[in-house]
Write a protein that binds this ligand. Structure first.
Ligand SMILES: [Zn+2]
Length: 501
């Protein structure tokens, strides 16, 4: 297996064979036997200057951002935590990033405060399921963002098994005023199950993620009248067992509470830093700072890549930087719904837009650039686990769209050269994330991945392989350098219309 993997690398890169170290990175280590170490893509010949972009070094920035999240958690926020917009973690993160920019000698480093509309903060919640003399507290239950509060004092209602929640699963079931348990997993067909249960009058909806483990998952708004919660796999299967064992006339019951506050007068910020170039033409490098839990893949990795690029270009003399590089730590978008993404809204203001982006040759959004490749319950391996590989995942991508074939070609070549696996076809529009607010009026590049640990309390720094961070960031730098060989006219286009959904 080892020689096979090395062979693949050598063929793909035409580089000399690399020595694969025998030290362990993996979470397993069950037997003390050697484990497969992360595969590092060798630098292509002639590209030695990019060796300064070092994945292990950038990974420290992932660790530092995760620590900001944990500090917020440990200050009295044990269940709804992260680098959440409007919190002290948001403010600490903004200061942290500005300090990084300042330490690089960047120009015009500043934190631009932005007002927030009242923000959703669940204060307390609990879910207990009882039946057949047993009682289970669902520790993994996490309310969907913006979920409506339950009546004060909570609810005590009958539980219903909803299966996948398709019309067939729910046929003949009375959900009115009940707690419905639905089962899903990344990769399954979208049954619109939560919406269907809401339409049938459920009092509360529990969506079990059937992944191995018992992770908390912070979901985006369900836009339902009844509050929806996500539930980890172990908890969800335990509830299913209770439901299976229930006897006629003694239904399983759910006792649930959820208190929510809309907190006014909070602020977030854009964090700016500039590396002036030889001209007033611009290249933007942006990354969103917010995220749930340790938020390592989403998006400490992206912020780390952005800082890695700033470090790389800060060492190059100004006269050799053809265009001015503007870096923005965005507030982000996890506070989805009305009043969210105020930074993106500010950048879209016509006056700001025309001032900032009139001479922009490129905008790279660094978002989820490195995600460990995992396999859920691989075939013929016993047990109920997520298995880690020693490789980072292929990413969804967008590089300027069909009207900018030159940018697409530059990007694909750079990703191939530096070992960034991609889905075969580009997304018609940027992957879900912050380039979505910029790509219609800037030549945008983004790659991104959303996998098993996305938005969970297991999204720790080790889910961001330094190898992927290194490969993607080097490719971004290569794209910047190649774009700088060409005039603005090659990349600029009239603003595209807002796409119809
Ligand atoms: Zn993200």
């Amino acid at each position: 297996m080892r020689s096979f993997l090395i062979g693949v690398l050598v063929t793909a890169s035409a580089a000399a064979a690399i020595e694969v170290p025998r030290t362990s990175f993996a979470q397993s280590g069950r037997t003390g036997a050697p484990t497969a170490d992360l595969l590092e893509w060798p630098l292509p010949p002639g590209e030695q200057s990019y060796a300064r972009i070092d994945g292990r070094h950038m990974h420290q920035y992932v660790e530092e951002q995760a620590a900001i999240s944990r500090r917020y958690r440990d200050q009295g926020h044990p269940k709804f935590w992260g680098r959440i917009i409007g919190t002290s973690a948001d403010a600490e993160n903004a200061e942290w990033l500005a300090k990084k920019f300042t330490s690089l000698g960047m120009a015009d480093v500043h934190i631009q405060p932005l007002d927030l509309s009242p923000q959703w903060f669940p204060q307390r919640w609990s879910v207990t399921v009882s039946g057949g003399g047993k009682s289970i507290a669902l520790d993994s239950a996490q309310p969907d963002y913006r979920a409506a509060a339950l009546p004060s004092g909570g609810v005590d209602v009958e539980a219903v098994y909803g299966g996948l929640g398709s019309a067939a699963d729910l046929a003949g079931k009375d959900l009115k005023g009940k707690a419905v348990f639905l089962y899903t997993m990344l990769g399954l067909h979208n049954e619109e199950a939560v919406k269907r249960a809401d339409e049938r009058g459920a009092a509360a909806i529990f969506e079990v993620d059937m992944q191995p483990g018992n992770m908390r998952y912070q979901a985006y708004p369900s836009n339902t009248r009844a509050p929806a919660f996500t539930v980890g796999g172990d908890d969800g299967f335990a509830v299913r067992d209770l439901l299976a064992a229930a006897v006629q006339g003694q239904p399983v019951r759910v006792r649930a509470t959820l208190d929510v506050e809309m907190v006014p007068n909070l602020k977030t910020a854009l964090v700016w830093g500039t590396l002036p170039g030889a001209t007033d033409e611009t290249i933007y490098i942006v990354a969103h700072r917010d995220g749930w839990f340790e938020a390592s893949g989403d998006n400490a990795g992206g912020v780390a890549a952005m800082i890695g690029l700033a470090e790389y270009y800060a060492k190059i003399p100004r006269e050799q930087r053809r265009r001015t590089l503007v870096f923005i730590g965005l507030d982000g978008h996890h506070n989805t719904g009305p009043g969210s993404a105020v930074g993106g809204v500010w950048l879209n203001d016509p006056a700001n837009k025309s001032r900032l982006f009139a001479k922009t040759a490129l905008a790279i959004n660094c978002e989820h650039p490195s995600t460990i490749q995992t396999y859920a319950r691989p075939r013929y391996i016993a047990g109920d686990a997520l298995h880690w590989s020693n490789m980072y995942l292929a990413q969804q991508w967008y590089a300027g769209g069909p009207s900018r074939p030159e940018l697409g070609a530059i990007a694909v070549r750079a990703f191939e050269e530096f070992g960034v696996p991609l889905l075969k076809d580009p997304n018609p529009r940027p992957p879900a994330g912050d380039l979505g607010r910029l790509y219609r009026f800037t030549p945008g590049v983004a790659t991104s991945e959303f996998f098993h640990y996305f938005h969970t309390d297991r999204e720790s720094p080790d889910t961001v392989p330094w190898t992927g961070l290194q490969a993607t960031t080097r490719a971004y730098a290569k794209i910047i350098d190649e774009v700088n060989k060409h005039p603005l006219s090659m990349f600029q286009r009239p603003e595209e219309p807002v796409p119809t959904p």
